[in-house]
Design a protein around this ligand. Structure first.
Ligand SMILES: Nc1ncnc2c1ncn2[C@@H]1O[C@H](COP(=O)(O)OP(=O)(O)OP(=O)(O)O)[C@@H](O)[C@H]1O
Ligand SMILES: [Mg+2]
Length: 255
């Protein structure tokens, strides 16, 4: 069982521009953890560092797991699928299985795919072409694909973007069941503060160089939201008073 994910002092720059500036936080096993912040804040970058797709300049991510190497399921941001894509939903899900020597599935692998689709409540879509599915149905298939390797952690990058409120709610309830019933640790990015308030145990608010962490009431207190999404750079710290120390010392203080 996964006990903890420790993100310690991460630093990431692209072309000399600092994107993650000494970011540290812990996520407990079985937690629903949200990441919010404006466009370009480095949220997707942070997930990619957790996944090992981006190597940070400094700092590290470690996993404390009882009995096995931590398996991570990942649903990237805005996957576009052409409407004419001929692949069936079940075959798309099977692409999440570890690489195989033969192109066909063993009986066991077929059961694994079926189970992942059952857990994500999309087995009824198995024989439909993925291109013909609705946005909400597709997101379920994406999560099913991330589930076939029986992950300890699910990383969801804006999985509810572009869904109507009802589909959003259904998607988040599904994710919450995966977390609560199956003990999967979930880290999700969302711009929808209602979703975050309703479903996150804790929230990481990030903007370039500034981070705030807490439960959703602490973080989404209106002032913080205004600070992140509306105030200009010069106004931020002084008008809102969210941070008590100068920028250089912020992360030491906050984490
Ligand atoms: N591989 C890369 N090479 C160069 N710059 C990059 C790379 N990946 C991301 N960036 C830059 O890093 C910054 C953060 O990008 P990131 O995708 O992490 O933001 P985000 O918080 O996920 O934003 P959004 O809400 O729009 O998805 C952006 O300015 C982006 O252009
Ligand atoms: Mg992003």
């Amino acid at each position: 069982m996964l006990r903890h994910i420790r993100v310690n002092d991460l630093q990431v720059s692209f072309n000399g521009e600092e994107i993650l500036n000494h970011v540290s936080f812990d996520v407990a096993g079985g937690e629903m953890f949200a990441i919010i912040g404006p466009n370009g804040a480095g949220k997707s970058t942070l997930l990619k560092v957790i996944l090992g797709l981006i190597k940070p300049l400094g700092g590290k991510v470690s996993f404390e797991n009882d009995n096995r190497k931590t398996v991570i399921g990942y649903v990237p941001q805005s996957r576009t699928i052409d409407e004419e894509t001929p692949i069936l939903a079940k075959d798309f899900v099977s692409l999440g299985l570890p690489a195989r020597a033969v192109p066909w599935l063993s009986a066991r692998e077929r059961v694994t795919v079926q189970k992942a689709m059952m857990m994500t409540e999309c087995l009824h879509l198995a024989d439909k072409p993925i291109g013909k599915l609705s946005g909400g149905e597709r997101q379920r298939i994406f999560i099913a694909q991330a589930m076939v390797r029986q992950p300890d952690v699910l990383l969801l990058d804006e999985s509810t973007a572009n869904l109507d409120p009802n589909a959003q709610e259904q998607m988040m309830q599904l994710v919450q069941r995966l977390c609560r019933k199956h003990g999967i640790t979930v880290i999700f990015i969302s711009h929808d503060l209602h979703v975050v308030k309703e479903y996150a145990d804790r929230v990481l608010f990030m903007s370039r160089g500034h981070y705030e962490i807490g439960n959703s009431d602490e973080v989404l207190n209106g002032k913080a939201t205004e600070w992140l999404y509306h105030a200009t750079d010069e106004e931020k710290p002084k008008t809102i008073g969210l941070f008590r120390e100068p920028a250089g010392q912020l992360t030491d203080h906050l984490f």
